[in-house]
Design a protein around this ligand. Sequence first.
Ligand SMILES: [Fe+2]
Length: 474
Amino acid sequence: MVVTSAPTRAWAKTFEQPVSEFPLTPLTVIEGNIPAGLQGTLYQNGPGRLERGGDRMGHWFDGDGAVLAVHFAEGSARATYRYVQTAGYQAESEAGRLIFGNYGTVPAGAFWQRFGKSPKNVANTSVMRLGDRLLTLWEAGEPYGLDLETLETLGTAPLDKLEGLPYSAHPKRDPQSGEIYNFGVTFGASATLQVYRSDRHGKLLRRTRIPLPGTPLIHDFVLAGRYLVFLIPPVRISTLPLLLNLKSASDAMSWLPQEGTQILVLDRETLELVGQSAADPWYQWHFGNGMQDADGNLNVTMVMYPDFGTNQYLKEVPTGQVQTIAKGTLWQVRIAPQSGKVVDMQQLVDRACEFPTVAATDVGVTQHSTYLTVHQPGQLETGELFEAIAHFHHPTGTLAIADCGSSRYPSEPLFVPFPDNPDNGWILTVVFDGVNDRSEVWIYERDHLAAAPCCRLALPNPVALGFHGTWSAA
Ligand SMILES: [Fe+2]
């Protein structure tokens, strides 16, 4: 769907110029009170700079990573916001211009100068706490390590035995053992899916390599009971123009629905491939969660799109004028682990949504509550960004919504359990207020989303619209 005359939206202000860092600063309460039991840190990553020296990057995914930390302790909050000092960020900062290519940007220079140039690790997609470091995650490269309190960049921080390997932005932690599962796709004559299983401290326990069909785009995967599930959408990258830097990765991708969605099921202990099949074509960036049902089938939730139009939509967002409308909705797919075949699938939420998250204790174990950013009815068609968050309660099939208001854009909602009742909790989201050009941290009680937030905190200056974050308990 294409919007013919798109107005410039309020969120465009966050993209007009790079957002500014701020040092550790006590936050002002705008409304309500900081819950006394909220003890820990909210971290969120996102692309803070999409321009340098007058040149603009080609896609929202290309912006240099900037991380927000909001430390909560004893009813007060302090925050800091810092760019990740990647090697590419520092080189471009020194040069005062863009040098490197990325997902939607070709490198600077004539075509013979661009050959073989590697993309910049923008460290902009998500974060993961590992020991005394906060790791920034970007799917085509190694993590960078940051100081947990100040967000000072401390250099690259690959996990044990994974030096030089890509480490995707959507690792999964087993809530009991703390084991960390993740993957990366490496490119050569053909693409290879690298799958990693590490212990809670990051020590590598097992690694496997699986040849892939062509060169696909894989952003996320899911932990479901004893299994890992990859649903590989029918997007394929033409590697020659990419290698020659004649095209960006985004422009070298094709939607090939005849390839179907390739399903891979791995045993989570051995990382051996146990089931493989093909299903109808669809696209997903993100999974909600996975579990194994009582009948043994794998129950997987995701935000599903009918095609890859979402990529063009995300390319248009930084312009503030969206022409392409892409509707993703929450689906449940059940898969037989030994064959990898789809048993059944159903739509759970019919309104457009994204950024599905679950409680850390639910990962791979149960489908109880999924938290999402959502559109209100009729909002998708106008080309707006999400202006609401929601809680989908699986046992009752109900959707509770927090409407943030016109031109107020919430980020990925994160669940934080109450200390005395971990089945219930708060929902935290960072909201860009496009009316007043400021960013705020909003805290809701999970079971009172229709009410006003129990607390709103003002950040010292606007921060970028974020992608993903995490909560780290004190
Ligand atoms: Fe993501």
